[in-house]
Design a protein around this ligand. Structure first.
Ligand code: ZN
Length: 268
């Protein structure tokens, strides 16, 4: 399995590894790696074939398909609240379940993650990459700790798992519909020119983002059916799902059954 690299514009690479994408943003002085994939193939040779700049490595959240390549780096920035999940997801026990499934039962490469030093990544941080400025936006929804990356000069928004054709919005207890709407509104307000998402090879546009936000805002519990989804082999029966079409694409939205909090407000 090899990486599939797409240069979206000069110095912005959207890189596919198995079922996920991560991104490399190269400025005149530094480069920023946004997520590290599953950690199946060797990451450093790929990065060094694209840039020799000093590298800042960031994780959008702690899921297995976003932190798997962390072993290749001494320091990784990640929202503090997601560190425990990242450590758990890079344990051999969980990799041998979650990554094995992606490899259709093939051997999961062993990596040593014990030397990775995690440091906090949050909304107050700004990186000047040289001609490109990296900012971070806290967008609880997919998980409580999700961050988006905003490259101002390119009006490029990187949403990781927070905006996709399948919206999995159920990973954190107590996450509400209004929280997701607030998070997506923060992104809508940026007026991005294009959006790179972790499970889409082609960029999404601002209209898709706005339509998704508006759809989630108007959804009510009665629109959903019970879903029996398998999240990293953890079967849960408190999930509901809804299918719709946005921009002629089939879209799924998965919520926890207790996430609906906009209905009451509407009734007043
Ligand atoms: Zn995720």
């Amino acid at each position: 399995m090899k990486f599939n690299v797409s240069q979206v514009k000069p110095g912005i690479y959207h890189i596919k590894e198995a079922a996920v994408h991560f991104d490399l943003i190269v400025g005149e002085k530094k480069a920023l790696l946004w997520d590290t994939g599953y950690g199946i193939d060797e990451l450093m040779p790929l990065i060094r074939s694209l840039t020799d700049k000093e590298l800042i490595v960031c994780n959008s959240h702690g899921h297995i398909d976003h932190v798997g390549g962390n072993y290749a780096f001494e320091k990784v920035l990640i929202p503090l609240g997601a560190v425990a999940e990242a450590v758990m997801m890079t344990s051999h026990a969980l990799r041998s379940l979650g990554v094995k499934r992606i490899l259709d039962g093939g051997d999961v490469p062993h990596h040593d993650y014990s030397k990775v030093i995690y440091e906090d990544l949050n909304e107050s941080m700004v990186f000047d990459l040289g001609g490109r400025t990296a900012r971070f936006i806290s967008i609880p929804g997919h998980t409580r700790h999700d961050l988006a990356l905003w490259i101002e000069e390119d009006r490029c928004l990187l949403t990781a798992d927070a905006l996709n054709y399948v919206m999995w919005l159920y990973f954190s207890d107590g996450m509400k519909q209004s929280t997701v709407v607030r998070s997506l509104t923060k992104l809508v307000d940026l007026e991005p020119e294009f959006i790179l998402a972790s499970h889409r090879h082609s960029p999404l546009d601002a209209q898709f983002l706005t339509m998704m936000r508006d759809k989630i805002k108007t959804l009510r519990r009665a629109d959903f059916n019970f879903a029996h989804l398998d999240a990293f082999t953890l079967r849960r029966d408190d999930l509901v799902e809804y299918h719709t079409t946005i921009q002629h694409k089939r879209v799924s939205i998965v919520f926890r059954d207790d996430a609906f909090d906009l209905e009451e407000k509407e009734g007043r």
